[in-house]
Design a protein around this ligand. Structure first.
Ligand code: URA
Length: 187
């Protein structure tokens, strides 16, 4: 396991997969390094690639709105992605790209030691919770792994495309708020 300084330096220079050839920035992750809650998306989009920060484009604005419903803001949690470099044209990250990158996220989780991880969308849930995770059926369900409570909700981009999913995402936020209270997570 690397410390923060070495981990960040290694990520910034990473050439483990082909995404390094088209990226503008490595999007390492942002937030308090002692956060009790982590939010994990799939990979940077265009704005994130340009700015070097996760969830700063349209999906990020919706994420901010979602968090505000339960009186959270992005400063209350650590935000990262399964892959740290943008897949061209925002395609899903390939399994090989996810595998090349996931060690960095696991290292971040080991350093942060959060109480709660919320996966944003199918790709993140399938990588972190269960390879056969069905987001439409299993969103909002909680599992405990190695002392960390994990669940998934819809990706903000999916909620931008399909507003009919928003009531279910709202329920997931209520469930997150209850889990924060139950675990005594600091937010
Ligand atoms: N979508 C993601 O999954 N992550 C980001 O950082 C931005 C959009």
């Amino acid at each position: 396991m690397l410390d923060w300084e070495n981990l960040e330096r290694t990520c910034m220079n990473c050439t483990n997969c082909g995404l390094c050839q088209t990226r503008h920035s490595v999007v390492f992750g942002v937030g308090p390094r002692n956060a009790d809650v982590m939010f994990i998306g799939e990979g940077p989009g265009e704005q994130e690639d340009l700015k070097g920060e996760p969830f700063v484009g349209p999906a990020g604005r919706l994420l901010d709105d979602m968090l505000s419903i339960i009186d959270l803001s992005r400063e209350n949690g650590y935000i990262a992605n399964i892959v740290k470099c943008r897949p061209p044209r925002n395609r899903d990250p390939l399994e090989t790209e996810q595998e090349a990158c996931i060690g960095y996220l696991r290292n971040q989780v080991a350093l942060i030691r959060p109480k709660i991880i919320v996966c944003l969308g199918r790709i993140s849930a399938q990588k972190l919770i269960d390879p056969s995770f069905r987001i439409t059926r299993q969103h909002g369900q909680w599992v405990e792994r190695n002392g960390i409570w994990m669940s998934a909700t819809f990706h903000p981009s999916a909620l931008l495309r399909d507003v009919s999913k928003r009531p279910e995402a709202f329920d997931d936020l209520m469930s997150l708020r209850a889990k924060i209270r139950e675990t005594g997570a600091r937010v």
